[in-house]
Each structure stands twice: as C-alpha cells, then as structure tokens.
Design a binder for this molecule. Structure first.
Ligand code: NAD
Ligand code: MG
Length: 391
C-alpha cells in the first residue's frame, strides 16, 4: 500500500486526487489530509479515507475539526507548524495542492523525505525554484509536475532530455476575457473573471487565467522545472484547451499532448508514473471536435506575460517578489478594492521597488530570504493599493 498525503485536499486539485484514490482504496493508505476553513469537508474526507491526521491551516478552526473527528481516532491539528509536521510524516507520494506561497514550506518539508512530490502548487517553483530543485537533488526526491501544461511537456519529453529541446510551447485558454474589447477590461468584476471557459478550478487560479498571471507563473514554472532558457518557452492561445503543451525538437518536429480539460489526467499521470494506467477521463473524439485553433497572445491584453519575461531575465529572488505582489493584488481585486488591469500595474511597481532595495533580489537563495522577499513585497503591494484607494 502506498502512503499518500494531500496538502490542500479540500480544494479543486485535492478533490480530484481523492477521486482517483477512492477508485482503488486497497492500493493506498492516507497519512495526512490538509485544508483551510472547510472543516466539515476535511473531516468527512479524513473519515472516508481513514487518514491518520487531518490539519486545518487555521488555528481558529481546530475546535470544530476536533469535534467533527471526535471518536474516530483521527488526529486533528492546526496552523503552519502542524502543516510542516504533517509533511515530515513518512509518505511515499505527497500532493502539493495548497494555493499560493503558503504551499512552499510544506512542499519543502515533504521533499526532505526523499520520496515523491506531485507538484500542483506552481507558486513553489515561481517563488523558490532554485531552492526547491536543490532540496530535491540533496534528498533524492522526485518532483512530478501536475500543472497540466507541465505534465504535458513532461509526457512529450519521455525519453528525451530538455537539453535537446528547441522550444516548449504551453497553451492558454485565454481566460474569461479573451474576446472582450481591451478597453472593457479595466471594469471587469471578480465574478466575471472567476468564470473559466473550459475548466473548473479554484477561484484564484481562474481569475489568474483571465489576467494570464496564471500563464505568467507557468512560464516561470517551466523554466525552473525543465531548466530551459526563457527565450525557448512560448505561450499560445488555444481556446479549445485540448492541446496542453507542445515540445519542439532540433529537427523541427513538434510533439503535442492532447487530452480533455480534466485535471485527473495530469494528477493520474503523476500517481501512476512511471507507468500509465487507465483513468476515468473522457476520450477525445477529434472527428466530432473538428478543429483546433491557435493564436498568439496580444501583449497589450496580457501584460502579465511581459512581467514574467522580466522576472526570468532578472533571476534571483524576483520570482518570490512577483508571486507575492500578484497574490496581494489578486486579494484586492477579489475584495473589490482594485481594478482588473491595475493588478499588473501593482506587480510592475513592486518589481521596480524590490530592484531598488539593496541586496534583496540578489540575496542568497534560502528559505529565510525567500520569505523575507515575499513579506516585503506583500507590504509594498499593500501600500500601493491603499495609496490608490485612499490617497
Ligand atoms: P483551491 O482554491 O480549490 O484549493 C486550495 C486548497 O488550499 C484548499 O484545500 C484550501 O483549504 C487550501 N489553502 C488555501 N489557503 C491556504 C493557506 N494559506 N494555508 C494552507 N492551506 C491553504 O485551489 P486549486 O484550484 O485546487 O489549486 C491548488 C494549486 O494547484 C494552486 O497552486 C493552483 O495554481 C494549482 N493548479 C490548479 C489547477 C486546477 O485545475 N484547479 C490546475 C493546475 C494547477
Ligand atoms: Mg496550468
């Protein structure tokens, strides 16, 4: 029986992971499940999957979690230290599916075990790619990509080495506003941004899809994961979301990965790797689909993509700055305190501000410095937003 731990078990990726595990309960033993405020769901899943431990990120939710688990023998815990402790419990396969930079510390702690980390939390690589890859190399852990585009690239590469690759093309749906006039974007509301044309995902990543901050994070994620030069990574809008990524080889051949827009595909690949096993996902009928379309993203509509290029060119801790500023700008947009297009303005200003801070971006690449850059950038972003609203 493989021992499994899932960080962010109550979220969209976490639930899809449990769906797959629940189809073959004899094969898995669940060690820990973690969640946020949704304690009822966390407890229900912990009981159903006979987890050893359930952890909520919020101390205030602990009494409710304890109540819900009373008499079951399942341990309940809360808070950041409990998450890291859960990550240190022996597990063969750990899913990192918390949203945001909050996923970084548990992911790093899980890597120290030297087992397998299935990585959905892209922020981990964006904020601390060099640190994460170093930790994996030291402990001998395997990181498997779960972001669908990166899983697609990984599958297209099977047998090949990134060094032999001429280019990676990751596709983007274009998000909720891909066909809106650019002038309307400034007035887009959170509710409008939180509808995705092709996938059902968590609220934050869905809004990031509309702004293309999600693709911006993924370009950086691809650079960190595959170690490929930034200029070899391309983004292509593909409204059907059936081709997830393409890998271009030195001879001009392109290998494409196609699949239905269902995260259980990428999660299942990471779960069964290095083998392939049947998955309960729809089979594509290309004759009925008829056509696949592609177009180049317009930089004026999606400024986040240029910001990602800046971050890759700058290197150092600029990824941590970028991610943190984006998280605060996104919070403010969701709260109705910031316009949709102002999010990228805020991130651009925070990148400039961080550049002017002596020693910040070029500090040694360790967790303390990543968290320091993250916190300072959050403060700067918040000050920018407060200035805009009240100033
Ligand atoms: P979600 O919002 O549905 O779920 C997030 C999970 O993290 C929940 O369990 C929540 O309780 C937990 N969480 C939230 N804030 C936390 C905090 N501060 N501390 C600890 N736990 C916290 O998100 P999702 O859509 O499942 O995405 C999860 C991650 O996977 C993100 O990094 C996202 O970018 C990535 N991802 C998601 C998809 C998708 O289809 N949903 C696809 C590719 C990559
Ligand atoms: Mg993705």
């Amino acid at each position: 029986m493989r021992r499994i731990t899932i960080f962010g078990a109550t979220g969209s990726v976490g639930q899809s992971t449990l769906d797959l595990i629940g189809r073959d309960p004899q094969a898995y033993r669940v060690v820990a499940l973690t969640g946020g405020q949704n304690v009822t769901q966390l407890a229900r899943d912990a009981i159903r999957f006979r987890a050893e431990l359930a952890v909520t990120a919020h101390d205030a939710c602990l009494p409710a979690l304890r109540d819900a688990l009373a008499g079951t023998g399942i341990e309940a815990a809360a808070g950041a230290a409990a998450l890291t402790e859960a990550a240190a419990r022996p597990a063969d396969w750990t899913m990192s599916a918390i949203v945001g930079a909050a996923g970084l510390a548990p992911g790093l702690a899980a890597l120290k075990q030297g087992r397998t980390l299935a990585l959905a939390n892209k922020e981990t690589l964006v904020a601390a790619g060099a640190l994460v890859m170093r930790e994996a190399a030291t402990s001998g852990a395997t990181i498997l990509p779960v972001d669908s585009e990166h899983s697609a690239v990984f599958q297209c590469l099977a047998g090949g080495e990134p060094a032999e690759v001429e280019r990676l093309i990751i596709t983007a749906s274009g998000g909720a506003f891909r066909d809106w006039p650019v002038e309307r974007l400034a007035r887009a509301t959170p509710a409008q941004a939180a509808t995705h044309p092709n996938w059902t995902m968590g609220q934050r990543i869905t809004i990031d899809s509309a702004s293309m901050f999600n693709k911006a994070l993924e370009v950086i994620e691809a650079r960190e994961f595959f170690g490929i030069a930034p200029e070899r990574i391309e983004v292509l809008i593909h409204p059907e979301s059936l081709v997830h990524a393409l890998v271009g080889h030195a001879d001009g051949a392109l290998m494409a990965h196609l699949g239905p827009p269902d995260m259980r595909h990428a999660i299942g690949y990471a779960l069964n790797w290095p083998r392939r096993a049947p998955l309960p996902v729809a089979r594509l009928d290309l004759g009925t689909i008829g056509q696949l379309t592609f177009r180049t993203p317009d930089p004026a509509r999606y400024p986040a993509l240029d910001l990602a290029r800046q971050v890759m060119a700058r290197g150092g801790l600029s990824g941590a700055v970028f991610n943190a500023a984006k998280e605060i700008a996104l919070d403010a947009f969701i709260a109705g305190r910031l316009g949709f297009t102002a999010m990228s303005d805020i991130v651009a200003r925070v990148l400039d501000r961080a550049e002017a801070e002596p020693g910040l971006i070029d500090a040694a690449f360790d967790l303390d410095n990543v968290l320091r850059a993250d916190q300072m950038s959050r403060n700067w972003a918040q000050a920018q937003i407060d200035g805009r609203v009240y100033g």
